[in-house]
Design a protein. Sequence first.
Length: 125
Amino acid sequence: MFNKEEKIKSKEVETIIGPSVKVKGEFNGQGDIVIEGMFEGILKTTNGVFIADGAKIRADIEAKDCTIGGEVIGNVKLKGYLDVGPSAKILGDVEAISLSVSKGAVINGKCTMLKNHQEISKENS
C-alpha cells in the first residue's frame, strides 16, 4: 500500500475528497483520485484511486490501479493492480491484473484475475 502523504504530493493527483466531504454523482477523470470521505455513484479515471482508511464508497469503480483502505460497496474494475489494506471491506466483484490482500481485509464478491490488457480489450469488443 502506498503512503497517503506521498500520493497526495504526486503531480498526478487531480482530486482529493477530504474526510468531511460527501459527494454523490458520476465522476470521470484522468488523474489520480484520493478519497478520504464519502462517495456515492460512479467513479471512473484513467489513473489511480486511493481510498483511505475510514472512507465509505457506494460506487462502481473503473481505474488503472486502486488502493483500498476503507469500505467499498460496488464493483471494482481495474486495468492494473488492486491493493487491499487490512481495514478494507469490498462488497462487490473485483477485476484486476494483479491483486494484493492484507490479513484482515474482507472481499465478498467474485474475483477475476485478468492476464493482461489484451484480455480487457477483448471483453470490451
